[in-house]
Design a binder for this molecule. Structure first.
Ligand code: GTP
Ligand code: MG
Length: 182
């Protein structure tokens, strides 16, 4: 998830190297939760969900609120979230608010800074340092245009997909001591 026009759909297209998601230079393009099943080699298959962005007044925010709340409200899913931010705009209030909300709602979350191709080397280092301080978390730099950082993003998603959330493991713990390791 992330602000409208930050490049969420473009990032999905670059990750899978196919134009599966619709993108636009104007905000508010993605209006529904678009779900993609990702199966790669021996990795655990998972669903990648492209959500509408926030911060776009004409309809976009409403779509975002309703769809995002409905989506993350589903207790039975093993959910992980990636917040996508624009590497050129560290510290936006809407991004900080989204990160706080994600933290309180989803067990596994990470931050990715996109459009890194738009920054020169020195600016990148400064922007990443600032972003990591704002979010108090590691921030992975990527570009949907140049493909930079996509390998690392795949690894991050594999880690999130393989990490079982406490919520999903609690029913197994409740089945009793016979499942405990000796
Ligand atoms: P919504 O669906 O409206 O929430 O937007 P989105 O976050 O899905 O953004 P989208 O992928 O549609 O991209 C928005 C614009 O940013 C498009 O013009 C893209 O070409 C551009 N863009 C996306 N990623 C990058 C990037 O890594 N680098 C550069 N230079 N441009 C990008
Ligand atoms: Mg989109």
């Amino acid at each position: 998830m992330g602000r409208s026009n930050v490049g969420k759909s473009s990032l999905i297209n670059s990750l899978v190297r196919q134009p599966v998601a619709r993108t636009s230079s104007t905000p508010g393009k993605t209006r529904l939760a678009n779900v993609y099943r990702v199966a790669r080699g021996a990795g655990t298959p998972f669903y990648l969900v492209d959500l509408p962005g926030y911060g776009f007044a004409r309809g976009g925010s409403d779509d975002f609120q309703a769809i995002t709340r409905a989506f993350f409200g589903q207790d039975r899913l093993d959910l992980a979230a990636i917040l996508i931010v624009d590497s050129r705009h560290p510290g936006l209030r809407s991004d900080s608010a989204a990160w706080r909300w994600l933290h309180s709602t989803v067990d596994l979350s990470a931050v990715v800074a996109t459009k890194i191709d738009k920054l020169a080397r020195g600016q990148r280092i400064r922007a990443l340092r600032e972003l990591e301080s704002v979010f108090d978390a590691p921030v992975a730099p990527v570009s949907a245009v140049t493909g930079e950082g996509l390998d690392e993003l795949w690894k991050l998603m594999d880690r999130l997909a393989n990490n079982r959330s406490p919520r999903s493991s609690s029913p197994r713990r409740a089945t009793g001591p016979r499942h405990q390791k000796k």
